[in-house]
Design a protein around this ligand. Structure first.
Ligand code: 4AD
Ligand code: MG
Length: 478
């Protein structure tokens, strides 16, 4: 058995003097032919390995370069250096993998995030990205923990579907039909009878519709999986492949839905704050430095940790869409014509509007409810005013929309009416409508964009930096 090693995180936290230890990891730096900063990804902190002077020949020492991998056995001793209690006095050093310093793209200096995106296969080896991915893991774990404690069932909804849940027409087609010689009908359209599923299919944009089917039997379910959108948005908060968490609850109205969403968000942030203190402290420091590059007016008022602390301790603001539009129209920004996009009742709020509400007006997360029905999906419950639906979006500082959800239309005739108006194929959705035929109940749910949540907690400004291998327009490397 090869892997008899201690994790560097454990040694730094609990190692005591004179303890024998074996560590394995990658060299971050090697100074004065004597001090190796070794990292194994368990923590941002490196273990200082002290090489005994004269114990190795020059040829061997030259092979200890940034990026090379080592197995070191030795004894822990008290460290005279700052910032660490112990260091490892090496008895034996084995080079597991050489790393040509000339060719290795990661140098022990600050690289730009843009450059690191181009070497996403290696960026895990930087302090920033190892922290981001440990925090991402903690959030994913906390999400399962939260729902498990609440008695929710984790439902795996299909990746390949024949529906476009959101009805936005932004799906990726799934097919085995050949590009040349595509089978055609007499009228020239593609004949999907010969396709793998015998019908047009696509990658899912949301697991919600299937989630609803299960919630109307199991009461409380959630999904947590990849979703795909072919929206051509090259922004710092859009991905073509992103992960979404979609809880769906029977016997819930919009108010219940909002209460759950708030509790959920607080819980997972708190979990990361308690379990990833070092990573978050590092990321807070990183963000602070990044902010210093910006003009004063654009800097955030709060540091990362302060912001997270604030969010878990103060209730989210709640406004209706109509109130939100009124606030925007009464704002100095509107009067001074600072908004690029039009503001009036009925618009789909743009990011500048959302940011104004959250960052300038309320200065905290905001839940906007009761949107005009024409800018929302067919399944949302219609309000009595005939104009709005029981929708809720949660807007977060620096991110904008982080959650989208609603109470669902449980009344068959109302739902069918809406589907007709919106040209949703009623016949094909027989299975969805069946739940409204057979024991329908008030129910609600929401979707949290996982990467946007990771952005919020890590303070990373570009969504490409919180998912291992981002899929964006014209980019599917790795
Ligand atoms: O608002 P959306 O489109 O809602 C739904 O898909 C519903 N079916 C959810 C539900 O009620 N069960 O998406 C939900 C969230 C957004 O608020 C946003 O955080 C994230 O998913 N999201 C994206 N994240 C990254 N890249 C994209 N292209 C995203 N599109 C949506
Ligand atoms: Mg939305």
């Amino acid at each position: 058995m090869f892997n008899k090693r201690s994790r560097i995180k454990d040694l730094l936290a609990n190692g005591h003097q004179n303890e024998e230890a074996v560590v394995m990891g990658w060299v971050r730096t090697f100074r004065n032919n004597q001090f190796i900063a070794l990292n194994d990804g368990s923590t941002n902190n490196n273990l200082q390995v002290v090489v005994e002077l004269g114990a190795h020949d020059d040829f061997f020492l030259k092979r200890i370069t940034t990026g090379s991998s080592l197995k070191v056995s030795g004894t822990l001793v008290a460290s005279p250096g700052k910032g660490q209690k112990v260091e490892l006095k090496a008895k034996s050093i084995e080079i597991l993998g050489d790393c040509d310093a000339e060719a290795y793209p990661l140098q022990p200096k600050k690289h730009s995030l843009e450059f690191l995106r181009e070497i996403a296969h290696l960026r895990f080896r930087t302090s920033t990205f190892s922290s981001v991915f440990r925090v991402r893991h903690a959030l994913a774990f906390a999400i399962h923990k939260f729902f498990n404690e609440k008695g929710f069932v984790y439902l795996h909804t299909p990746i390949i579907t024949a529906s476009d849940a959101e009805g936005a027409g932004e799906t990726f087609r799934v097919t085995t039909l050949p590009f040349d010689n595509t089978p055609r009908n007499d009228d020239g359209s593609v004949n999907f009878k010969d396709d793998f599923f015998g019908r047009p299919t696509n990658l899912t944009v949301s697991g919600q519709l299937e989630g609803e089917l299960a919630a109307l039997a199991l009461s409380d379910i959630y999904t947590f999986g990849p979703t795909f959108r072919a929206e051509n948005s090259n922004t710092a908060r859009h991905l073509a492949e992103f992960w979404m968490i979609e809880p769906e609850m029977a016997f819930y109205d919009l108010e219940d839905n909002m209460v759950l969403a708030e509790e959920f968000i607080r819980y997972i942030i708190r979990y990361a704050m308690e379990n990833n203190k070092e990573d978050l402290a590092f990321l807070a420091q990183r963000l602070e430095e990044e902010e210093k590059q910006k003009p004063q007016a654009e800097r955030s008022e709060m540091g990362l940790l302060e912001k997270l602390e604030f969010v878990i301790n103060s209730p989210f603001e709640r406004v209706t869409y109509t109130e939100a539009i009124d606030i925007l129209m009464a704002s100095p920004a509107y009067k001074k014509k600072k908004f690029k996009y039009e503001v009036k009742w009925g618009i789909d709020m743009q990011s500048e509007h959302e940011r104004y509400l959250v960052e300038k007006h309320f200065r905290k997360p905001v839940i906007v409810t009761d949107y005009p029905k024409d800018i929302k999906a067919f399944y949302m419950r219609q309000n009595d005013d005939g104009k709005t639906v029981a929708a809720m979006d949660i807007l977060a500082p620096g991110i904008g929309e982080i959650v989208g959800g609603s109470q669902r239309e449980e009344r068959l005739h109302k739902l069918e009416e809406r589907m007709k108006d919106m040209h949703i194929p009623i016949k094909e959705m027989w299975w969805y409508l069946d739940t409204r035929r057979f024991g329908t109940v008030p129910h609600a749910g929401f979707g949290l964009g996982f990467e946007r949540m990771v952005q919020f907690v890590t303070g990373m400004t570009n969504i490409r930096d919180v998912i291992a291998f981002p899929r964006t327009p014209k980019n599917a490397e790795f």
